[in-house]
Write a protein that binds this ligand. Sequence first.
Ligand SMILES: Nc1ncnc2c1ncn2[C@@H]1O[C@H](COP(=O)(O)OP(=O)(O)OP(=O)(O)O)[C@@H](O)[C@H]1O
Length: 238
Amino acid sequence: MPSTPSTPSSPSTPSTPSTSSTPTESAAPVLLARDLHKSYGRHRVLRGADLTVRPGQLVGVVGENGAGKSTLLKALAGTLPPDRGEVTLSGTLGHCPQEPVLGSSLTVAQHLDYFAAAHRLPDLDRGRELVRRLGYERYAGKVAGELSGGTRQKLNLTLALLHDPDVLLLDEPYQGFDWETYLCFWDLVEDLRTRGRAVVVITHLVFEQDRFDVLADLSEGRLTPRAAAGEEQQRVHV
Ligand SMILES: Nc1ncnc2c1ncn2[C@@H]1O[C@H](COP(=O)(O)OP(=O)(O)OP(=O)(O)O)[C@@H](O)[C@H]1O
């Protein structure tokens, strides 16, 4: 379920994946992960992952199936405690997990109502605008259990964005989107960046590397920065 933990902090000097020059590069991080370790039994999934996210940055975390991306995202979101290391968040968080976690007997409109109430929003304007932009107004009265996978994903994204969080964590956000929705998704992300919101996209596929301010590969439990677009194109796996 999209969540909003909020932990004020005074982050220390960051030293994590950052490969391109952005206007926000000197701003204090809004999300900082240091030396994250997580094992499931003997399976060591995270082995010292570091990540720095600054206001207005779009950060991509790329890794093959089973690399530990969802584990990392849950640790960043605070829904899965790491065995070691720490995560510091300055501001509010929106979290869109890979599997939509929705009340299957609640309609789209009811989800918006409940989440707006939970976030104590004064009105539903932002929710309605997101639904309109993602193009699924016609499903307002439909229960989540009867929505297509892509539309459920749209609803999940809407709920994560409802309170306009400072940091948005997205697990495979465009999986299941048609092309028009994919483009609409990037428009939304661009708006967020322009307003200084940070977005972390976790994915096994990057189609357009140059959309990202920072790209890091998750491999063997650690994050390694990728060369900036144009610097070393041969390293880009699409
Ligand atoms: N609750 C769990 N208990 C035991 N093992 C787990 C658990 N969750 C994940 N794993 C294992 O940890 C490894 C990393 O899983 P994770 O879901 O984080 O990877 P991922 O990179 O998100 O994968 P995908 O791209 O397939 O979604 C996998 O080998 C997975 O089987």
